[in-house]
Write a protein that binds this ligand. Sequence first.
Ligand SMILES: [Ca+2]
Ligand SMILES: [Ca+2]
Length: 273
Amino acid sequence: MKKINTLLFSAIIGISSVSGQSTNPSPYCAARYTPGFQMDLSQYISSVSIGTWINNSGTSPCAAPHYIYYSNVNPTTLIRGNSYTINITHDAGSVHGVAAWIDFNNDHDFDDANEELGQGGGTYGTTLRSFNFTVPADANTGTLRMRVRTYQDDFHPSSPVVPCRWMDNTTPTDYANGEAEDYNVIVSAVTGIEKNEGSDELVLFPNPMTNSLGIKNSGNKEISTIKIYSVLGGEVQSAITNNIDVSALNTGVYFVSVVFKDGASMTQKVIKE
Ligand SMILES: [Ca+2]
Ligand SMILES: [Ca+2]
């Protein structure tokens, strides 16, 4: 049943529409493209995914200047100190650079230490770039901005990808072709995993559990995701339902972390019988 929960999670979190986004990067810098005297090539990011979270943005770039902020896409939740892989799929053309950033200190830039999740060039015919990254232990919690960017520019074929416009001598310059996509992500701190932080507002029942675990949330915070961890700290299941099928779990002790949409989280110990 774990698979079903994963599918449910994907269905609710992962499938997203391409309507209702914003073309305004503010308060972040612009990440636009100006073809100049080169052709405006159809180079694009077709999907961005982290774990079960994915946004498919189609096989054509968004409208010129090829920047879009998917402010309407449900964010994924990342836990401080945990490691993830971001997968970026793009066109099979001669992509010169692919990169991604998260503004972990929430100061509205992507320049600080560890904010670049990774970057590298593409090879003609390849369509996937993956970067492994770790959320800094001191990252801000709450909703943060992520930027994903590709470019193809024959005049700057080997430049590292920068998150903003850049200076060509003293002139602010855009890459010629490519696409930039911004997203919200939620960073959460899982703390006190050793102790039971039960509250009147959030009740997990029954405990011990057998085949299902109910979540009763009478507080005023909206739940983002629910993650179940083994005693060793590995995530064994995630869901966003009020009644989680846990029949696939082995008997033993688990920690259930309820992550709220404001980035706060609460972790409780539960026993599977
Ligand atoms: Ca796209
Ligand atoms: Ca920053």
